[in-house]
Design a protein around this ligand. Structure first.
Ligand code: ASP
Length: 343
């Protein structure tokens, strides 16, 4: 065989579409999750609360690890991890979701796969027990990317997904947050819109998300939320917006965001991070820092992201006081952190 032909055959084999082997992408599989960012300081959490969050984050990561270890795909792993958090009253997604101004729950979620850019999203759903599961149905079983409100509910019913009364998502803690938030807004000298800006971040955040790379090198990202406390009827945040709260592209990275959604939408934070990896050749941590501590911070936006690439590199930058977060790589140790100074 001629030397040039041999070289091109070899090159073809290297860049072909065969599944990546473990060695090709650093670790066999990896995952990172978040359970929201905000004013999370040691002073704000009791030891028991801290432990409860850590246990639940650990459970979510292990649910994802079980899928990935068995050779399952990253989308299934992302959903498994998110569903653990959706079912826990600790986080602002599914049960435990924040209340709207009118005292209801309107849930948003999205999912994206990095291989072909497949995506599914739902916004403003009130009776779907697992919004992230509905996002997958939209991605796989409909010709659309995003469904909202009653249309999304109708689709959930058609697909046989579990539906619950809106009160299923109620928790006393979130209800008290709504009452306090409304009090603060009403008592404020500021016009309502501005007063809302000054609410403690705690009142507002707590979204959950997961990103993963599987044994075939497929990246996926997912996010699920109740949005922000006392939000207006019909308000949609960044979490169901592909490119803002969720993004995955096998050539760069997968991202799930949490924070003040309006800013994440305006600066298409999740996609911007991956574009910096792709076109500027930055690492996930360099790209994450540029956007979270640069672009977002300069604009006055607060929050954070989890990022993973196909080699299993993980970054979790945030510009709030804390972010519930964790990751693992392959069979390695699970790392969980809450506060700012932790690794
Ligand atoms: N990003 C979410 C939203 O704006 C809130 C959060 O992350 O907690 O709806």
């Amino acid at each position: 065989m001629k030397k040039t032909l041999l070289l091109s055959v070899l090159a073809g084999a290297l860049i072909g579409s065969a599944p990546l082997q473990a060695d090709d992408h650093g670790v066999e599989y990896a995952m990172a999750i978040h359970g929201g960012a905000g004013t999370i300081t040691r002073a704000n959490l009791t030891d028991e609360q801290e432990q409860a969050y850590k246990d639940k984050l650990n459970e979510a990561l292990e649910a994802g690890r079980a899928v990935l270890k068995d050779g399952g795909d990253s989308t299934t792993a992302v959903i498994a991890a998110i569903q653990v958090m959706e079912e826990s009253p600790l986080f602002n997604s599914g049960k435990g979701a924040v209340y709207t101004w009118d005292g209801e729950h309107e849930l948003d979620a999205s999912l994206m796969e990095g291989e072909r850019g497949n995506a599914g999203a739902v916004a403003g759903v009130k009776t779907v027990k697992s919004p992230i599961e509905l996002a997958r149905e939209v991605m796989e079983e409909s010709v659309h990317v995003m469904l909202s409100g009653e249309g999304a509910e109708q689709f959930a019913k058609q697909q046989g997904l579990e539906q619950v009364d809106n009160s299923y998502f109620n928790t006393e803690r979130r209800y008290q947050q709504l009452l306090k938030a409304k009090e603060k807004i009403k008592a404020s000298e500021q016009p309502e819109q501005q007063a809302w800006e000054y609410l403690d971040l705690d009142y507002k955040y707590g979204t959950v998300g997961a990103v993963a790379v599987d044994k075939n090198g497929l990246l996926s990202a997912g996010t699920s939320t109740g949005g922000m406390t006392a939000k207006r009827y019909g308000r949609i945040g960044d979490s169901p917006i592909i490119g803002a709260g969720t993004w995955a592209d096998n050539d760069s990275c997968a991202v799930s965001a949490t924070g003040h959604g309006e800013y994440f939408i305006r600066f298409h934070v999740a996609a911007d991070i991956c574009s910096r990896v792709k076109y500027k050749g930055l690492s996930v941590s360099e790209a994450g820092d540029e956007v979270i501590h640069g672009v977002l911070e300069q604009a006055g936006g607060t929050g954070g992201v989890i990022i993973i690439d196909a080699d299993g590199n993980v970054a979790m930058p945030f510009n709030t006081e804390g972010m519930y977060r964790g990751y693992f790589k392959g069979d390695g140790d699970t790392h969980i952190a809450i506060y700012n100074e932790e690794e």
